[in-house]
Design a binder for this molecule. Structure first.
Ligand SMILES: Nc1ncnc2c1ncn2[C@@H]1O[C@H](COP(=O)(O)OP(=O)(O)O)[C@@H](O)[C@H]1O
Ligand SMILES: [Mg+2]
Length: 425
């Protein structure tokens, strides 16, 4: 689990730190930096995939010209804060102890990237991995031998106690790719170090970023495609895979009944001529609604359920604009679903929203990890502050919670939901 990320000179953050819990809500107005935070998480995730820095920030194509990875918005020119030449990201995470004691170890990974040189592309300025207070590796510049300074290599010194040498062992790495994914293959590095780097990379590998789009969710998909795309691609085949299990099929129907005004009792996956399926919701009256004509809100619920209950879930989810297209009275249930899944299956979920109202719907535990992202009038730099550190916000939320007790009943909710659903179609 990632417990903190610090952004220095990254996008619109000069120096900001976000702490995370099992469920982390980031609230902020437009252009405050919510999606820039997502970009920071995408960068650290990109590191784990063995990509070069140019690929992480730019794009990664595989054979056949297929786009495998979409980089950071704005590319190398806009990744550093206000024209700066470099940025640094520090990620704190807990990983299972490799010695099998069942306890978690806290690792901290730091990476500083130079994006000034257009000719050579982005390169590492410094990178280190720490366990507690000791460094597993650190590429402090003084490690560079005088004759081989600078690109294309980076020198990392491993602590000496493992190697019984005066200054520890110096290893050479390319400076165009995170050491994190080079170290595990370095033959001269001790097993304990390789394993720590591997554990860190593995923890960052299982991350998904959802930015759901109705067109993508309405596209038929081939049975067997069980990974939900970032925009909700493969929704139908992922749901089909979930529905193979009768208990899960019932659970999905139950959630849809709760989250939407539809009285869904079952699902159908009818293949078209190409073998692709599109999910159809069957109501108790026999009424059938395919994904083509389902409301955006319903599709979003289905996609979030597919992501969290799917056969191939990730450890970490970043959901963009969770309240988009979803009626406030239903949002409350969606948050419950997420909190429940995060708790039961040990998932970590981060979501952005521009609706402060949503904060009033969070459980006490989740509220502790909610943060506000904001920019002061006339300033470029964004700031992050935990909600619990803003006394005024607490009071407002308590009042909002009281007013929620007077909220309308199920019928009014259903009517209101149907209206917004119709309006958005
Ligand atoms: N390198 C940068 N330096 C300073 N500001 C930046 C940089 N890159 C993007 N921004 C600013 O970040 C803002 C967009 O932030 P974004 O995260 O997309 O907002 P939102 O909170 O709506 O998701 C824009 O105002 C843009 O000018
Ligand atoms: Mg955004």
């Amino acid at each position: 689990m990632i417990d903190a990320i610090r952004l220095e000179r990254f996008k619109n953050f000069r120096d900001a730190r976000l702490t995370l819990g099992p469920f982390t809500v980031i609230v902020g107005t437009n252009a405050s930096g919510k999606s820039n935070l997502r970009d920071a998480f995408r960068f650290v995730h990109g590191m784990s995939r063995g990509y070069t820095l140019a690929e992480i920030i730019g794009e990664k194509y595989v054979e056949g010209g297929v786009l495998q990875w979409k980089g950071i918005r704005g590319g190398t020119r806009e990744v550093a804060f206000a024209g700066e030449h470099d940025f640094r990201l520090t990620t704190g995470l807990r990983v299972a102890d490799s010695r099998g004691f069942g306890s978690a170890r806290r690792l901290e990974h730091r990476i500083q990237v130079d994006v000034a040189d257009n000719r050579l592309g982005p390169r590492l300025l410094r990178e280190s991995l720490h366990a507690g207070s000791s460094a597993i590796y650190d590429s402090h510049p003084h490690n560079d031998p005088p004759d081989q300074e600078g690109p294309p290599y980076l020198f990392v010194r491993l602590p000496r106690d493992y190697h019984n040498r005066k200054h520890g062992k110096r290893l050479r790495f390319l400076d165009n790719r995170p050491v994190l994914t080079q170290l595990p293959d370095h033959k001269e590095a001790k097993k304990a170090y390789r394993e720590s780097a591997q554990a860190c990379a593995a923890a960052l590998e299982s991350m998904r970023f959802l930015d759901l789009a109705p067109e993508a969710m309405k596209s038929p998909s081939l049975p067997g495609q069980v990974i939900l795309g970032d925009r909700g691609e493969n929704l139908s085949s992922v749901l089909q895979a979930i529905c193979q299990d009768d208990d899960k099929r019932r659970a999905v129907a139950e959630w849809i009944r709760e989250l939407t005004p539809l009285d869904v009792v079952d699902f159908e996956f009818v293949p078209d001529q190409t073998g692709r399926v599109l999910v159809t919701l069957i109501e108790s009256t026999g009424q059938r609604t395919s994904a083509y004509s389902a409301s955006d809100g319903t599709l979003r619920f289905l996609a979030m359920i597919a992501a969290l209950l799917g056969p191939d879930t990730a450890d970490f989810y970043f959901l963009e604009e969770i309240d988009n297209g979803i009626h406030p009275t239903r949002l409350h249930l969606l948050l419950q679903l997420i909190e429940q899944q995060a708790r039961q299956n040990g998932l970590q979920v981060v979501t952005t929203t521009h609706s402060p109202q949503l904060l009033g719907m969070l459980s006490r535990g989740s509220r502790e990890h909610a943060s506000l992202v904001y920019r002061l009038e006339g300033q470029t730099a964004g700031h992050i502050r935990r909600l619990v550190d803003i006394p005024e916000a607490q009071r407002v939320l308590e009042e909002q919670n009281l007013s929620r007790l007077h909220e309308s009943g199920w019928l009014e909710d259903a009517v209101a939901f149907a209206e917004t659903a119709e309006a958005s179609e």
